[in-house]
Design a protein around this ligand. Sequence first.
Ligand SMILES: [Zn+2]
Ligand SMILES: [Zn+2]
Length: 557
Amino acid sequence: MIICPGCGADMKFDPEKQKLVCQYCDKELDPKDYRAPKAAEASEQQGYYTATIYTCPQCGAEILSTEETVATFCSYCGTSVILEGRASEQERPNMVIPFRIGKKDAEASYRRLVKQALFAPNDLKADSVIEKFRGIYMPYWVYSLETDEEFKVRGVTEVRNGDYIEKSTYEIKSPVKASFEGISFDASSGFADNLSDAIAPFRPKDHAVDFDPAYLSGYYADAGDLSPDVYRDDAKEVAVDNIAAQIQNQFNYSKYSVNRSDLKKAIHYNDSSKSALFPVWFMSVRNKKGDRISYAVVNGETGKAAAEIPIDFKKYLLGALLIAVPVFVLLNLFLTATPFKMLLASTVLALLSYVIADRQLNKVYAREMFLDDKGKKAAGKVPVDKKWQEAAAQARIPEKSNKTLIMVLKRMTQVGLWIVMLAVFLMLAGVVASVLDIDVSDSLAVSTIGAYILTTVIVTRKVGNWFNKKAGIQKKEPAVKAKSSYKSKYLFKQLAAVGIAALMLVMRPTDDYYYYIAAGVAFLLIVWSFYDIIRQQNLLTTRKLPHLNARGGDENA
Ligand SMILES: [Zn+2]
Ligand SMILES: [Zn+2]
């Protein structure tokens, strides 16, 4: 606690003034000029400062404060409880970015975000919830890297010359001198990686100052539990990406390659990583059932906001009806609904739903097992759910490969591959149609094409993955793929809907009645699959409540 030299009341750090301000007499004081009492000074000289650690009895989260306040709720699990505090000596971080965005501005930034989310539950917009934004200094590791070496770069240029393309290949050695300062990763396993990514970057170069506990007045700080080794390699990857992009700009090759592992070897850490506290406004909301929680965060330096916003079923249903009814009426005015067209429509919708659900299920799979959160894994946190625990123990996170990096043309080649495959499948459809003597104006033939397109998508994805592997193309983040046994529990609905449409083609019943039944069943399956998608989306925008036993199952850990 910092006592006002004028009147003896509390002083708090003010983000607008960047000064300590007395809550009673408005006296201002620069944190640099603040002199700690004698007792505190002694420990400060040894690289420590005194703080109270508040521990949540529900989830074990620890936040600290330099004031004698009473913490009445836990930001990480949302429990309203008076947190138990104990005095402790904390290691002084090397630097701090003081809060520059005040609470009101952080709230406004969050409000703008939820306003756009039409289907957000009302809870997320309630003043009583938004009030719970808490200023927390999050611990970060700040890495500095540099390189000054020669790299072998292979480049290709293509110049169109009348009817032919002149292709030249170069192999040159290029000196690259680069230094990176301030690449940072958060050091708290409680602060989810995807949220910390979403509000990045912080700019320690512009706004960091030497740490002083005076900056903590009026705020909390997360104690942090991750060593600098956890994200050391990721920091290097950021530098490698950056240099690769620079090389591209420099040479203007239509295609170039540089060996990623060479780059990695040539980049060095120029001194040990620095510890920092960065300002984050943090808020959490539990769902109606109270078993899951979503977080909202605002960067306390830049004001950038990110929030996990689930979908409210009632609002969504109402919205869907409001859109579906006029669309349906309009379609009826211009088109006559034939059973064939309905089957075609159901195939297209099933295809759409399949693609969305497939991507989403991979994400849910990774999230529930903490496979997308390096920090949680490093801290030994495991999913609460036994089922997920077992799966997580078996799961393997794909490593970033060190193969050659090819840029620019890779995407175009993929798109080309797509178009070729689609054409091949359409041709096959034509051949099948002529062999079976099917009238192409027959809508059933059209729905076969729908089924073909679905097959194309699935096959092309497989071929595309194979192609990427061969060419050494890698996504920036290696994606975790869900097991097919897990996905098939959800994706069978879309496939069944397509199957029903295809079955009608093979059976070709004469009575319209069968087509209506088939289309009806297909639509029900599709509605069911979209219901799944919303439920999965709500899993992605909420988290299981953090538990004490989530740290390796040991309550004392
Ligand atoms: Zn005062
Ligand atoms: Zn808690």
